[in-house]
Design a protein around this ligand. Structure first.
Ligand code: 13P
Length: 289
């Protein structure tokens, strides 16, 4: 069932569990995510990045996400991840995304506040939520590229100033994690600065979002949730499951030409990877039958 993100992310949940926000790029990844949420009877957030919109087309990917969300009983909210193009975010809101992230964290704080505030005004006038970002998260994914030297952990004072100036509904910060495959392949070791999350949560009661969370240890995830993280973004772990299972599927059935049979194990692998996260983040059986 397609729902507004505000129906999922409620103040009562903070400190107890977090929703995964899974990135999708296409039909099969979306099917795997939806099947995982449906099978475990748990609500979920599905998101699409600017790069994935460029790949699939905004209306196409929205229709895939919204149609599949509405095909199951569990609540599913749709979000646009890491938007730099404000015009595209506005189009997404008009299409029906109930939440968008404006990521102008690469600009100066003043410019970031100016643009995020403008996005909040537009979104709120259309009933949608906005996620802003303050700080600079390390790593590389789609159109987000932040080198180690550019990365900047979120300062609690700045987070408070940003929140009060913009009125964002959810807030992403740089808490020590890293976007993309690099940390899984051993390039860098992510850490999560739980004390920093807690310091921000104590000052501002806005749901906090942890990006770059693929591969982060389960105990650390639980500590981050207790400290105030309400949404956890996962892309790389699903991509890995997708790529590995596709390579295996093609090797296992070298004569197969029907994409439906080639993709069947891929959807199943994405589903299994999404299930692992849903179980870790504590959302299982939130919906009472
Ligand atoms: P990962 O690359 O760790 O999966 O993070 C995804 C993310 O934060 C998308 O916004």
């Amino acid at each position: 069932m397609l729902v507004h993100i505000k129906d999922l992310v409620i103040p009562d949940m903070v400190g107890k569990f977090a929703y995964p926000a899974f990135n999708t790029q296409n039909l099969e990844t979306t099917m795997g995510i939806i099947q995982a949420a449906d099978g475990l009877n748990t609500p979920v957030i599905i998101e699409v990045s600017e790069g994935a919109v460029k790949y699939a087309g905004l209306t196409t990917i929205y229709e895939i996400m919204a149609t599949l969300a509405d095909s199951v009983k569990v609540p599913v909210a749709l979000h646009m991840d890491h938007g730099k193009d404000m015009e595209q975010l506005r189009r997404g809101i008009e299409l029906g995304f109930s939440s968008v992230m404006i990521d102008h964290s690469g600009l100066s704080t003043e410019e970031n506040i100016r643009d995020t505030k403008a996005m909040v005004e537009f979104a709120h006038s259309h009933g949608a939520w906005v996620q802003g970002e303050i700080g600079k998260i390390r790593g590389s994914e789609d159109w987000v590229n932040v080198s180690d030297s550019e990365a900047l952990l979120t300062d609690p004072d700045e987070a408070e100033q940003f929140y009060r100036a913009t009125g964002v509904d959810t807030l992403a910060g740089s808490f020590g994690t890293v976007h993309g495959i690099i940390k899984i392949r051993g390039g860098v070791t992510p850490h999560v600065d739980v004390a920093r999350i807690n310091a921000i949560h104590q000052r501002i009661k806005v749901p906090l979002v942890l990006h770059g969370a693929s591969g982060v240890d389960e105990n650390v995830i639980h500590a981050a949730i207790e400290a105030g993280i309400a949404i956890i973004n996962i892309d790389t772990e699903l991509r890995l499951a997708y790529g590995e299972s596709l390579r295996k599927s093609l090797a296992d059935q070298p004569e197969e030409v029907d994409p439906r049979y080639i993709m069947k194990p891929v959807i199943e692998a994405v589903k299994k990877a999404a299930e692992r996260k849903l179980l870790q983040f504590g959302t299982k059986n939130l919906i009472k039958q």
